[in-house]
Ligand binder design. Sequence first.
Ligand code: SF4
Length: 341
Amino acid sequence: MTTLLTVENLSKVFHLGGSLFREGRELVALNDINLTVEKGETLAIVGESGCGKTTLGRCIIKAQPVSSGHVFYHRDEGGHVDLTTLGKREIEPYRRDIRMIFQDPMSSLNPNMRVFDIVAEPLRVHRLLRGKELEARVYDTLGKVGISPDAAGRYPHAFSGGQRQRIGIARALVLNPKLVIADEAVSALDVSIQAQVLNLLDDLKEEFGLTYIFISHDLGVVNYIADRVVVMYLGHVVENAPTDLLFERPRHPYTEMLLEALPIADPSRRKGRNKELKGEIPYLGNRPKGCPFHTRCKYAQDICRAEKPALRPINGTAQLAACHFAETLDLKGAYEAPIKA
Ligand code: SF4
């Protein structure tokens, strides 16, 4: 496989202003993140809210400046460029290659614009096509996401949630990107519509030759669509593994906890499942020493409170985990794949 994106030692710290009576605080949203995205794969980034997954997506497209580290984009023609160092103008071509799909299509689509103009806008902003060529590209892209060109004159409120998300997808794809970052792209949709949109994303991946970073809190959805999963906790990557391995045999206790919380429809197979996530995520401004997960981990030992475990390959496999006991703990996997086709 060919690497498309490399995230290296990426950190993001938010500084909260202090006052006369109170010191300012630092919130470490991303802590030394390392990962690669291979061409043609769907890489999922999962974790509870506040784990840093959306911030990571935003830092990758430079919608948010990073505090330190690099995002290397590997070009087709060879070589790579560090997106974090580029100025406003220099980043423009890469913003065509890397597009985002957002969670709530209603708030991300301008209610005062017709669908045609919403989808045409990126072409106009990047001055790529005009006139008949632009028109043809917009209608063609709408057709590919299942929106009839006849509907292009309507406003977003005239569409259902699923259709609005299709319009959001068309807007992302109209520039023929290489990498699409989908941030909770199906979370706001009904389950039946979720499946339709996931299938559409899968089909479009083939058709457009896309690579996805799929940000989600829902492991069921991730199992359906992802080739590889990165699990984040409190701004750290705690596990990074091919989807099958992660679901069969997780190597980090936090992944096991997320899998235990997966809803299982069949009551006879529910034993030990459908558990609530235990404990609360610590405040980002008051991070635990040692392993970031030790305050919620049922396997924690003294060393966990003192030393932060490094993210490392487990038993020479493609599965990476950041746990002192990753090789020896016998963690439970998901014994029922939730919605895999
Ligand atoms: Fe739990 Fe310790 Fe592993 Fe952290 S290092 S996940 S606290 S067992």
